[in-house]
Ligand binder design. Structure first.
Ligand code: NAD
Length: 244
């Protein structure tokens, strides 16, 4: 097993990419703290070997610190929580901006600040931050707040990587294309014509299909493992060719 003796914290593990990643990390031998704000989604982890399901709202700084302090060790932090705001700069409100930036970026700042001292004491660790190809990599229509927030994630990732590169800390971002997750289904169903909306999402993907969450999880496992020991400060795209 590739992650034997590693302990990992995953945020937003209740569904989608976080859920698939928590399962994949545990399957490779990691002890996984699978967390989500929605406790009912965590029921799925009952009976799953090596997974501790813990309710955690990443908008709550004290709660993040408590969860990290309660872990026996922390070798891997996967900051997965995030929200997709729909709209242009002229449609965006201050409330939407604050909410998305707090969830997509500030929560990562808080979680890394909580985990890093322990990783440094242990002599190393791997931080994986959820970004997106919709970021500094690519502009997409109606993703003003989202693209801004995910570009910030890439900057945050590179800053942390630069500061701790000599201390055994690695920090990388992952940048998926469109992944068929419950929140994507919500975004599609919010359209007047959901069928046309799904077709438009698929048309963005040169492979002609959306990703499944379990197709993103192997990247998380790789970045969590010592196989990626020489990899830091990178923004890894798994996007079905959207940025070719
Ligand atoms: P999702 O959006 O379907 O699920 C998100 C999960 O986050 C839910 O379980 C929800 O309960 C949890 N959550 C929401 N607020 C939270 C909070 N305050 N604290 C803790 N958990 C909270 O899952 P997804 O689509 O796989 O998205 C996960 C991440 O991947 C997000 O950061 C998203 O921006 C990013 N991403 C998604 C896609 C995609 O196409 N689905 C593409 C690129 C990046």
């Amino acid at each position: 097993m590739r992650l034997k003796n590693k302990t990992a914290l995953v945020t937003a593990a209740g569904q989608g990419i976080g859920y698939a990643s928590a399962l994949a990390l545990a399957a490779e031998g990691a002890q996984v703290w699978a967390t989500d704000v929605n406790a009912s989604l965590l029921e799925k982890f009952r009976g799953v070997e090596r997974v501790q399901a813990v309710q955690l709202d990443v908008l709550d700084k004290d709660a993040i610190q408590k969860v990290v302090a309660g872990m026996p060790a922390i070798d891997v932090l996967f900051n997965c929580a995030g929200y997709v705001h729909n709209g242009t700069i002229l449609q965006a409100t201050d409330e939407e901006w604050n909410f998305a930036l707090n969830l997509n970026v500030r929560a990562q700042f808080w979680a890394i600040q909580a985990a890093l001292p322990r990783m440094l004491k242990q002599g190393g660790g791997s931080v994986i931050n959820m970004a997106s190809v919709c970021s500094s990599i690519k502009g997409l229509p109606n993703r003003f707040i989202y693209g801004t927030s995910k570009a910030a994630v890439i900057g945050l990732t590179k800053s942390v990587a630069a500061d701790y590169v000599a201390d055994g800390i690695r920090c990388n971002a992952i940048c998926p294309g469109t992944v068929d997750t419950p929140s994507l289904a919500d975004r599609i169903n919010a359209n007047a014509d959901p069928q046309a909306a799904r077709k438009a999402f698929i048309a963005r993907q040169p492979m002609g299909r959306l990703a499944q969450a379990h197709e993103i999880a192997p990247l998380v496992v790789f970045l969590a493992s010592d196989e990626s020991v020489f990899v830091t400060g990178q923004a890894y795209a798994a996007d079905g060719g959207i940025t070719i």
